[in-house]
Ligand binder design. Structure first.
Ligand SMILES: [Zn+2]
Ligand SMILES: [Zn+2]
Length: 276
């Protein structure tokens, strides 16, 4: 724009017509005022409010859409467990002689959880809370059938209830059920899955390598690869330089420690190692 612009024709914000614009959105070209301009994390461009929420601009939004309604590993786990429960009940009924009345009742009790597991696998919203209460309901039902074993049944249900609560709170599983998640939870999940996971792996290999030196070369390799992936200026920014470096250092230190500590020990006690 090289033409002279009279003051009355100066650009105004597309959203606030009485406020002068300070710039334009780099995606749609709309005029934006100081209140409307957005600087997305990791991007050097500026956007209007609407464009800043678009998947190609907001990587967390793109990440959310990627997992929205997509079956996660918890859903697969619940589905497979339900299937094995179903098979187990039928096999135990089919094997041996005629089932007793108690065996029939227990089978019916366990089969009652099959619709919950099936609906969970299919992503039906009601199955999310139902999965949390199912172990408790089964334990209470088993307690009614076997009053002497009531405490035992309740205690056996505890680990299942604990896992069910973990599943209920899992961000990725919430996305499979198309449940809203907070931006913080989404950012944490992105950080765990997408922010240079190989650098984090290098750090873990490096630490484990202090006890298991066979892992040390892996730590060095992952550390070098992770280090090359670090790009703080990229959109989205890729970090974990520190973990990549720590992985390399630990990966070198691990075998050194073993050579300095273990080999002299072997030498001293068994005389197995080189004589200087
Ligand atoms: Zn825009
Ligand atoms: Zn505005």
């Amino acid at each position: 724009m090289s033409l002279e612009v009279p003051p009355s024709a100066q650009p105004h914000c597309a959203v606030h017509p009485d406020v002068l614009a300070g710039g334009t959105c780099s995606r749609c070209g709309a005029f934006v005022c100081a209140d409307c301009v957005r600087f997305p994390l990791g991007s050097e461009r500026v956007f209007c409010v609407a464009c800043s929420k678009r998947p190609e601009v907001d990587y967390l939004e793109a990440f959310r859409l990627e997992h929205w309604g997509r079956r996660d590993s918890w859903a697969w786990t619940v589905g497979m467990l339900t299937l094995s429960l179903l098979l187990g009940v039928f096999l135990s009924l089919a094997s041996g002689g005629a089932p007793s009345r108690k065996e029939w009742l227990f089978s019916a009790l366990y089969l009652a959880s099959v619709p919950v597991g099936g609906a969970f696998f299919l992503g039906r919203p009601w199955a999310r809370p139902a999965l949390v209460v199912t172990p408790l309901v089964l334990a209470l039902g088993a307690g009614v059938l076997e009053p002497a074993q009531r405490i035992h049944h309740l205690l056996s249900a505890l680990p299942f209830m604990f896992v069910a609560v973990l599943i209920h709170r899992d961000v990725r599983n919430r996305l499979f059920f198309r449940q809203p998640v907070t931006p913080g939870a989404l950012a944490a999940m992105w950080n765990r899955l997408r922010n240079n996971p190989i650098a984090r792996q290098a750090f873990h290999f490096g630490l484990s390598g202090l006890l298991m030196p066979l892992l040390s070369p892996l730590a060095v390799v992952c550390g070098v690869v992770g280090l090359f992936r670090v790009k703080p200026q990229a959109h989205p920014p890729i970090g974990r330089r520190g973990q990549a470096l720590a992985g390399i250092v630990l990966g070198v230190l691990g075998p050194l420690l073993w050579m300095l500590v273990l080999l002299p020990y072997l030498d001293q006690h068994f005389g197995l190692v080189r004589k200087d």
